[in-house]
Design a protein around this ligand. Structure first.
Ligand code: AOF
Ligand code: ZN
Length: 338
């Protein structure tokens, strides 16, 4: 029971660096002596000390370490990266027991940290279920095992399955407002936790969205505009964006970062975003782009809001056959699929 409690504390600590650790995971560590926390730490940013280092440093009476347990949400590292191996620091301090949330999926570590600790006579135990720890660092795991950013798809649809009315580029008609205030808050919180926000050029032309975080705290993600053959975003809109965008297009856009690619070739251009430190993207539309991600099995997480209105015809929402409904909020149905 108390192992689970201290491991949960590791996640609380790690969560303080959400969005700041790329390309590293979020990691927290706690040191416990006879049931009492004597040290805590978390990985604050890439290049900085790891969670275990911070936790060990924070212990005032270092003579207590050999009779203490170190809890860590991730397997202590075994390699020389930007910082030295944590497992060597742990064995140097003769900490007697280590409890780990999940094994590190990074190939340089992956089990080697555990092996090192055990070979130094340290007792190593694990969380009963690694799932919450894996879910917590899902983007990191996808980056390290699939070599591409994690993808979250998000849209709102009417009760009868449309995401908008059909609108022409020349009309002044605004986008249909389907979801309520709480959904907007959640969307902005979501935006603040990703590093890139993807929309199609058609959505850019129709809606000229600002793509910023306004209803939550935190930084706005990098806009990524996917340009096909039909619609081109205007230079004035591109320049108006708060964060400099990246374009995915067949030809370079002067003055803007462009990844030269066929917009339909998602599996080609998506991994390239890692080079711009984008480890997690939120795809906000339009329907065709969302559907292409689903078709390519690039739907690591899906958030769908269903409003209470019906409009009878319009632009059909992306198609899914199975959805797990999770929470009912406001007048919206907020559904979440992993
Ligand atoms: C840990 N504790 O707090 C973190 C770990 O370049 P470096 O030296 O920072 O190493 C980065 C790798 O170390 C990263 O890919 C992941 O495997 C692990 N991160 N490990 O024991 C930590 N942040
Ligand atoms: Zn480490």
């Amino acid at each position: 029971m108390s192992d689970a409690k201290f491991l949960t504390r590791c996640l609380q600590l790690a969560n303080q660096a959400r969005g700041k650790t790329y390309p590293n995971p979020m990691v927290g560590a706690v040191i416990v002596h006879h049931g009492r926390i004597i040290g805590e730490g978390y990985h604050q940013m890439a290049g900085g000390p790891h969670a275990e280092v911070e936790a060990i440093r924070s212990v005032k009476d270092q003579t207590l370490l050999p009779s203490s347990t170190l809890y860590c949400s991730l397997e202590p590292c075994a390699h020389h990266g930007k910082t030295p191996p944590c497992c060597e620091l742990i064995s140097k301090h003769k900490i007697s027991r280590v409890v780990i949330g999940m094994q590190d999926s990074y190939h340089e570590v992956n089990g080697k940290g555990i092996q090192h600790l055990r070979s130094h006579g340290i007792q190593v135990d694990f969380a009963k279920d690694p799932t919450p720890f894996q879910q917590f660092n899902k983007a990191f795991i996808i980056n390290k095992t699939h070599f591409r950013p994690m993808v979250t798809l998000k849209w709102a649809q009417t009760k009868d399955g449309f995401i908008d009315r059909v609108r022409s580029v020349d009309s002044d008609e605004q986008a249909l407002k389907i979801s309520g205030k709480i959904s907007s808050l959640l969307t902005h919180r979501l935006r603040s936790s990703v590093s890139g926000i993807v929309i199609s050029a058609k959505t850019a032309v129709l809606d000229a969205p600002s793509l910023t975080v306004r209803l939550w705290h935190g930084t706005s993600p990098i806009p990524i505009i996917v340009v096909g053959d039909t619609y081109k975003p205007s230079n004035s809109w591109l320049r108006s964006l708060e964060v400099a965008p990246i374009l995915i297009a067949k030809e370079a856009y002067t003055g803007f970062t462009t990844i030269i690619a066929d917009s339909n070739d998602i599996t080609f251009w998506l991994p390239k975003l890692l080079e711009y430190d984008i480890g997690h993207v939120l795809v906000e539309g339009g329907a065709r782009l969302l559907q292409s991600f689903i078709r390519e099995n690039l739907d690591d997480e899906v958030i769908r809001y269903t409003g209470s209105m019906s409009i009878e015809n319009g632009i059909p929402a992306p198609f899914y056959d199975q959805f797990d409904e999770r929470t009912l909020l406001d007048s919206d149905v907020y559904e979440h699929k992993y």
